[in-house]
Design a protein around this ligand. Sequence first.
Ligand code: PEP
Ligand code: MG
Length: 580
Amino acid sequence: MASFTLQGIPVSRGIAIGRAHLLRPAALEVQHYLVAQEQVEAEVQRLQKALGQAERELQKIWSDLPADAPSELGAFLDVHSLFLSDPMIAQAPLEIIRTRHYNAEWALVTQIDVLLEQFDEIEDEYLRDRKADIAQVAERILKLLTGTANTLNKPVGVDELNTHMIVVARDISPADMMQFQDSAFVGFVTDEGGHSSHTAIVSRSLGIPAVVGMGNASHLIQQDDWLILDSVSGVVIVAPEQIILEEYREKLAELQRFRKRLTKLKKTSAVTRDGVTIELLANIELPEHAAAANEVGAAGVGLFRSEFLFMGRNGNLPTEEEQFLAYKSTVVAMKGRPVTIRTLDVGADKPLDETESATLNPAMGLRAIRYCLAEPQLFLTQLRAILRASAFGKVHILIPMLSHAFEIDQTLAMLEQAKHLLALQGIEFDHDIKVGAMIEVPAAAMSLPMFVKKMDFLSIGTNDLIQYTLAIDRADYSVAHLYDDVHPAILQLLDMTVKAANKAGIPVAICGGMAGDIRLTRLLIGMGFRELSMPPAQLLEIKQEVMNVDISQFSAIIKKILRSYDPEVIAEGIRALQAL
Ligand code: PEP
Ligand code: MG
């Protein structure tokens, strides 16, 4: 096959080499893991058992049919039975388990996807309509399988060809992406998504290279194609020639050596050459990620996106106790270093459940603090859980999406209520817990006096600030070319925020994507930012950059950048900082 190259938006720096694994939307709903060689036959039997049970279920339905049931019902059951015993369903998935070591659910959906695609090409309308029957049969088997899932789990790295896999999909939700951590997947390629879509953020957090906004990559790339994913330049090379493959293997090895060298900086403080300390903190999505924050010597957790504890649970939201344990384990893992827990930020591209009905304009809808204030019981439960965890270490509370004074007041009143209830019950917590506002709506950045008066600290969410200021949906690749983190409007808002916080004497951090972008480190610390929170995978590289700079040299260039409304002058200024 001839090699070709596709271009997209690089969102998580790195290089991956592997075979394409195409994921259709249906396939995303099941677990994906590779079973170890010695577990393969047990996995085959698990699927065989489910197939047998499905057949018995169908027979039972048949025999229970009332005498006067419409005759088509019987006919449908016959069709389902026929499909169930067809080797394309009864045998082919078993082969996939044996040859590729996929878990049973994954093997089944992989095969069903192939069948459904074949049905799409059938001319005969009646036969084409049988697609729905196949999907229903698959559903029946999957239901039976999920009852026995998790019994033989555990991913084991690579498949039978001893190669890593790169997920190729139209889109992957942040919650779905989580299931690929610790597995055989080394990269993500998606048709949709933008620089700071939550899918991009999660891939950065997992430290897995990803290129998004590829347009129609999932149609152009075939299952099992060899891919090189270069998420430094945003290129995916399909079916690369041997010589290119060798070149990239060398680049990958060099990158790995570079990362290894960086680990030596783990215990070094991030201090500039002219003696200014920059706090480098970690963004995490789950308590388990605290380990990654510690591994790179983060000064604390600057953003714990607590919504990931709530997503994809079919309405079974975590209880106060479950949340408390999650927050506490993070706080304990950080050993006295601060943990900033952001209260639930759901909505837009982070729905609680995939089935949640979409509103007209979700990014501007009932998300984040708006959602929490509309669901006081849920919010109170979370605040209680966070407060309880604050008895075990240093915890800060961060409120997303604030824009109105009354939202600040209502939030603080809810917090007081939660404190009061805990105190009545004699439960310990930090009475002096610090509460901060995310500055991520332009209105907030333009009414800072309202915030600094009532809040203990600020943290800028540049992902949303850019989305709302430039009016571009952060997850929509068709407007991704308009994404500009150094647009004069953004720089002005950042400048206003850091100055207002400094004037009020309260700390200000950046926890959006700009904080972890090495191109911007000099600009941000030159502007006066002293706290940057980012995915752990980026922290050591940024630390090295911090240690290389002398901020006192920056001021003239920074002034020029901030005075200018000309993108060329701004770009030139950033290059000049780089050259110092
Ligand atoms: C942001 O908006 O920049 C941010 C940090 O929050 P999130 O990306 O989770 O919306
Ligand atoms: Mg945000």
